[in-house]
Design a protein around this ligand. Sequence first.
Ligand SMILES: *Cc1c(COP(=O)(O)O)cnc(C)c1O
Length: 350
Amino acid sequence: MTDRPIDIRSDTVTKPSPEMRVAIANAEVNDDVIDVDPTVKRLQDLCAEMLGKEAAIYMPSGTMTNQVAVRVHCQPGDELICDVNCHIYNYEQGAYAQLSGVATRTVEGDFGVMQLDQLRDLIRPDNEHMVRTRLVCLENTHNRGAGRILPYENVEAVCRWAEENGLRRHLDGARLFDAVVASGIEAAEWAKHFDTVSVCFSKGLGAPVGSALAGPRDLIQLARRHRKVFGGGMRQSGIIAAGALYALENNVERLAEDHANAKILANAIRETEGLSLEPENVDTNMVIFRVDSSLGTAFDFLAALEEKGVLVLTVSPAKIRAVTHLDVTDKEVIRAGEIIQRVAEKLKDR
Ligand SMILES: *Cc1c(COP(=O)(O)O)cnc(C)c1O
């Protein structure tokens, strides 16, 4: 019998557990577009409560919650400030421009962390030649920063500066609960510095579909309007919201297991000649490592791993990403580490 592949491409590959499927099968549903689906309402209420906000709204994807947030905060001709490696800037097709007529000003952060000194001069003067600086977006944990947790004091300082200068603040918290579990700082504590916060249920939390945007009641009411025009009004969406609700109620604390597994993987990579972690520290469930050119490219390395039953992703021609999650066990992660070491040995001797 061949073992199943160890799939550590992403925490989005997680599948609903048998218990989650029971919750989904038994979900009470109704038409959410007319705002009467009881399961969606329960999910939204729980989300708002956990994030310390007045209201929350369920949407099909994290891209949609982020882009609806941009639309809520900005008008055409406005500009948002963000880290150059963030998801909103890199992985959402420039939707802020396509859908909302918004420009971006990017900052070269350190694995996602922008310093106040880099931001201070970026606010445009009130001048008809220029776009209007309107919004700052942060991402926590940081995806291309290898799951890095933004330092709390940094978040506090950047958000205070933004508020003092009349800028709105949005947090892309697709993996905020990883930051919560690893830092011991409550979700609401992180969220209180922001006007709006988006979280994803379909990553490490293990639900099949969805994301939520939380914030003040008036902004979430506006978000509801934009969700509709972006095509995100769903009817009996309690069916999928039930999986998200199950995930929030059962799968948050266990994220610590994924973090422990990522450290196991990181240790194996640290000990391997030709591989180096970037960044060196692993905060949560993601590991990014550089493949030295003496071993070939990241694509060569990925192909060799795949042949041995380990699935990963490349994030650049020289870098590979691995993500731990609830569908990989510690034993599988140990084995993946051994396979990574063996593949590196073999490629060195080509
Ligand atoms: C996954 C992710 C999103 C949302 O992605 P979708 O695929 O649209 O759900 C947003 N931000 C970050 C940081 C992410 O990792």
